[in-house]
Write a protein that binds this ligand. Sequence first.
Ligand code: NI
Length: 175
Amino acid sequence: MAILDIVIHPDARLRKISAPITLITDEFKKFLKDFTETMYERDGVGLAAPQVGVLKRVVVIDINAGDETKEKNPIVYINPEIISAEGYVEFEEGCLSVPKIYEKVTRHEKVVVKAFDINMKEFLIETDGMLAIALQHEIDHLNGKLFIDYISKLKYQRITKKMEKYKKDLNLSEN
Ligand code: NI
């Protein structure tokens, strides 16, 4: 098992459209293990493959992550797609690719998502609450979109500057 490096904003890889997955190889299954472990290790409730530099349409979500009283329940969504959505809700979001930044974002309250599991079996999930928010946030990543794209341009620029400095400091401390 390996912990993967998280790609931090601003980075061109976070802005690309990820490619659909057509074949589940052993190598891909191994990747999914590392990918899921990385989400837990970094204290995320969700992670999208582009966040570890892999431009493929897969996300993992466990809304119980971080709650020690609850059992781990990671769910992998391959080629996830929102097929219907209704209502609106405001929620304070964060993202492992934009560390330590939390901003209120308006999302759909309820979504129906179609995806494939690790055996490429199609499934549908109809949900609201935290999982609906996480699904929308992670699926956005597959389309090159970040939660800070929904806030004011001024705040976006301020956060981007902060992240540039954060990355620079990180590099300095590594050298
Ligand atoms: Ni994110």
